[in-house]
Design a protein around this ligand. Structure first.
Ligand code: GLU
Length: 475
């Protein structure tokens, strides 16, 4: 029987979810679903310097908002739980004891200052920085003396410099790491807590993770973790190191770049469907670009992954995809999303009944790039513009304004039938040598306060007839 695929998203709750994290979570999710496996979420909250609870729950909320449901993770009991690393300390202790017993680790008493000095010295000598193993050969007596003096220490893994570990990467194939280039790395911190390197490995092992899908920035950690898998004689999972997402200048996307965090995008009115769609297809080429999670699960080709170095964040493309999703989702769902923005931007809009807003959205959704555009697009409905005859004259000249205003006045009695009214205006305008555009521009200006905007038919369909009459009647 083939082994069940088990992947995990393992965020450290140290800040807001950013595009890189989301893409990692998404790829893990899509891979698990395509392979009919399990998507596990594990919170790597071992950094005791921060208050991590709030940040952890924010990540879980974000995953829920993105619709990336996990099979195992916080709140779920299984033979692999708990899924918060802060609750797994006893497990890490037990496995560290094994390494101590088998003499695969040693205590290092070097202070951070001392280590930094060593590092600087090596750098000034033009050597790559690497721990010089000062503490590897301390005698038992020396160790005892330091412990008696209460000098804090960390446990380091003793690497075999002659070893070369090979990993299988889904994008790059085999990658070999020579241990001689690496330091004996620390498994614990000075306060006795466990490092990322150790706890992350233990959990991947014990949670039986078959594929580790994470950012390329973890590549050198993978090398060191391969040594840990080896120390416990367990098989390595397969890896996939995802390319970094860069800004337009080709630099790794950072807090300073708009769109870096999920909060940026959410507040700006991007739909979860669009964000997932965009992040899933960058780096692949699809003829059909708009795809739901279900479609992506079917269509992504994990057997032939591009091994691109980095991916450029293309905001225009994301906007386009978002626009397509705004047009695509069921109107009731769009209504739910839009209200959050509309009510904030135009408080009066809360009086509008859902049926009417839904009706309006059906007509105007095509004018929305993001949900946030709703205020701009729909302002005219709530706030009557104060356009005067003089305003129109200023825009198109006195003569033309006069002709068009006369035309409107002459036909204002037809306003009960907006389409008929517009047809009549077009016809009579043509006889006077006016193009449709020349007539509709001023009408739009009178109705909405702007020359540009939604189609004149849409506007007239949305506004009540008496409102249209009031706005067009300049007499
Ligand atoms: N906690 C690590 C991070 O947030 C996860 C690394 C991994 O996926 O192995 O970067």
């Amino acid at each position: 029987m083939k082994k069940e695929v088990r992947v995990r998203f393992a965020p450290s709750p140290t800040g807001l979810m950013h595009l890189g994290n989301i893409r990692t979570a998404l790829m893990n999710y899509l891979f698990a679903k395509q392979k009919k496996g399990k998507f596990v979420v594990r919170i790597e909250d071992t950094d005791q310097r921060r208050n991590l609870d709030e940040a952890s729950y924010a990540i879980l909320d974000d995953l829920e908002w993105l619709n990336l449901k996990y099979d195992e993770g916080p709140g779920i009991n299984s033979k692999y739980s708990p899924y918060f690393q802060s609750k797994r300390t006893e497990i890490y202790k037990k496995y560290l004891d094994d390494l101590i017993y088998n003499e695969k680790v040693y205590r290092c008493f070097c202070t951070p200052q001392k280590l930094e000095e060593k590092r600087q010295r090596q750098l000034s000598e033009g050597k790559p920085p690497k721990y010089d193993r000062e503490c590897l050969n301390l005698s038992d007596d020396q160790i005892k003396a330091k412990i008696t003096q209460d000098i804090s220490f960390v446990w380091r893994l003793k690497l075999n410099e002659d070893q070369i570990f090979e990993i299988q990467d889904m994008a790059r194939g085999k990658i070999a790491f020579e241990m001689k280039h690496f330091s004996d790395f620390a498994l614990t911190r000075n306060d006795g807590s466990f490092t990322f390197m150790f706890s992350n490995f233990i959990d991947d092992w014990l949670m039986q993770i078959t594929h580790v899908i994470r950012g390329e920035d973890h590549l050198s950690n993978t090398a060191m973790q391969a040594a840990l898998f080896n120390a416990f004689a367990v098989n390595l999972p397969v890896f996939w190191h995802l390319p970094m997402i860069c800004n337009q200048q080709g630099k790794k996307l950072s807090k300073r770049d708009f769109g870096f965090s999920l909060d940026d995008l959410r507040n700006e009115g991007f739909l979860p469907q669009a964000i997932c769609n965009y992040l899933a297809i960058i780096g692949s080429s699809f003829t059909q670009e708009i795809q739901s999670l279900e479609e992506l699960i079917l269509n992504l080709d994990f057997e032939n992954i591009n091994s691109t170095g980095s991916i450029r964040f293309d905001f225009e493309k994301l906007n386009w995809i978002n626009h397509k999703w705004i047009e695509k989702i069921p109107i009731g769902e769009l209504l739910g999303y839009v209200k959050l923005f509309l009510y904030k931007q135009i408080p009066d809009s809360e009086n509008l009944i859902d049926e009417k807003l839904e009706y309006i959205l059906k007509i105007l959704k095509t004018d929305l790039k993001t949900l946030k555009d709703i205020g701009k697009v729909l302002k005219f409905y709530f706030i009557s513009p104060k356009t005067t005859k003089a305003d129109i004259e200023k825009e198109i000249g006195q003569d033309e304004a006069g002709i068009i205003i006369d035309l409107i006045q002459k036909n204002i009695n037809l306003i009960e039938k907006p389409n008929y009214f517009l047809e009549k205006l077009k016809k009579e305008g043509k006889q006077l040598g006016l193009k449709n555009k020349e007539i509709f521009g001023p009408i739009r200006y009178l109705l909405t306060g702007k020359f540009q905007g939604p189609s004149i038919h849409s506007i007239m369909e949305i506004l009540e007839n008496k409102d249209i009459e009031k706005r067009l009647n300049l007499m």
